[in-house]
Design a protein around this ligand. Structure first.
Ligand SMILES: C[S@@+](CC[C@H](N)C(=O)[O-])C[C@H]1O[C@@H](n2cnc3c(N)ncnc32)[C@H](O)[C@@H]1O
Length: 394
């Protein structure tokens, strides 16, 4: 069936209509005429795949990645990178208009030029096949190399790809001087891996002297363990954190909450401009690293609590600034209520999910004005967009 693609949806899929019903078409771009096959039909929408491109968009590029059609890691390999940035910017702008119905300033999108931005990969294995999950499936697509990660990570993939591995996590420091490998499965050459990796964990057993690598972000450095969270874009994280730091420099807050603090990265990054900071994260490994990061950065004005934000948030008063950087699920309803009651002068919301950001901003908007939103393309080649949003108490 021949259709014309009208625009991209929030997940980077082409949108067309058949008998007034919306159809989502993967790997199709606006303006293209494509021959499609319906692969899934629901009450309100259909999903389709492209059989043939009849009229190609000028924005279409030939994917550099040989696994592009199958691998579930990327969504937009077929779209020119500058158009991808435009798509993400427009997506933020349109959603703000739809959900907040306000003339909020959306600053220019920041992006990095380099392709090899990822400092981390997790690969899955079965019967000596190591790779990424196929789109919408648990089938493993064997991969020898990922174009989004740095060469050091690809070297490790090369070393272990023929081993009998269930799962491997490979991380590097942002300056590529440190490598961490955490394997579930059997490996043949421990010694060779120990020569390359600073941290080697096999089946939860630490085989190296160190259990974490040290990764710099601008003028700060951080311990990162296997189970700890760390921003994956090694080129753009400092710009993201600078956006937060620039607001903090202006307001010079006394008491600050760093909620969903991970390994304490943002709190420590802004600590020179605040009197006192309390960071909260429920992941034990994060908080262990965060406490070591206090010493590493000689910070004496920051404390970390290992617990759920929603369990602790009520206890605080007289807060000047709250930084929140929740997971994709965003802020839970209880936390949002307390944030409104706390009436902090400023909230800086760092979000990795535009839909939950919209929900949360709509709610917080009853007590806070939304000053601006700045998008960051932290995850090139995927549909995801990160945003920093500054809110001021009404
Ligand atoms: C997007 S990460 C941000 C980490 C950090 N701000 C950074 O930039 O590296 C979200 C963090 O929220 C933590 N988290 C998720 N749900 C939580 C909850 N209910 N309470 C506390 N921490 C939570 C996770 O452990 C993770 O470290």
């Amino acid at each position: 069936m021949e259709v014309t693609i009208e625009k991209l949806d929030n997940f980077g899929r082409g949108i067309t209509y058949i008998d007034e019903k919306i159809v989502f078409v993967e790997n199709a771009l606006p303006g293209e005429i494509v021959d499609i096959e319906i692969i899934n039909e629901k009450k309100k929408y259909k999903e389709a795949q492209v059989l043939k491109i009849i009229k190609k968009s000028n924005d279409r590029i030939k994917p550099l990645c040989p696994y592009s059609n199958e691998c579930g890691g990327c969504d937009l390999n077929h779209l020119d990178y500058s158009k991808e940035n435009e798509f993400k910017y427009t997506k933020v702008k349109e959603l703000v208009k739809k959900y907040l119905n306000e003339d909020i300033e959306i600053k220019e999108i920041s992006f990095s030029k380099e392709n090899t931005y990822r400092n981390k990969i997790v690969l899955h294995g079965k019967s000596k096949v190591l790779g990424q999950y196929k789109k919408h499936s648990n089938e493993i697509i064997p991969i020898n190399k990922c174009l989004l990660v740095n060469d050091k990570i690809n070297e490790i993939i090369e070393q272990v790809k023929e081993d009998n591995i269930e799962e491997v996590t490979i991380k590097t420091s942002n300056d590529l001087t440190n490598i961490l490998v955490d394997i579930k499965g059997e490996i043949t050459n421990h010694d060779k891996l120990l020569n390359i990796a600073n941290v080697l964990i096999v089946n939860n057993k630490l085989l190296s002297n160190d259990k974490s690598i040290i990764s710099p972000i601008n003028d700060k450095k951080y311990y990162v363990s296997s189970k700890s969270f760390f921003q994956v874009n090694r080129f753009l994280t400092s710009s993201l954190y600078d956006e937060v730091r620039n607001t903090v420099k202006k307001i010079k807050p006394n008491r600050v909450l760093d909620l969903y603090c991970g390994t304490g990265t943002i709190g420590i990054y802004i600590s020179d401009y605040c009197k006192e900071i309390i960071g909260i994260d429920y992941n034990k490994s994060n908080i262990e690293d965060a406490n070591k990061n206090i010493e590493l950065n000689k910070c004496n004005n920051i404390k970390f609590i290992c617990d759920k934000v929603e369990n602790r948030i009520e206890a605080f008063k007289d807060i000047d600034l709250i930084v929140v950087d929740p997971p994709r699920s965003g802020l839970d309803a209880h936390t949002r209520e307390i944030l409104k009651e706390l009436d902090s002068k400023t909230i800086i919301y760092v979000s990795c999910d535009i839909m939950t950001l919209m929900r949360d901003l709509k709610d917080l908007n009853t007590s806070y004005n939304i000053n601006y939103i700045k998008p960051f393309n932290m995850f090139p080649r995927t549909y995801h967009v990160e945003c920093v949003c500054v809110l001021n108490s009404k």
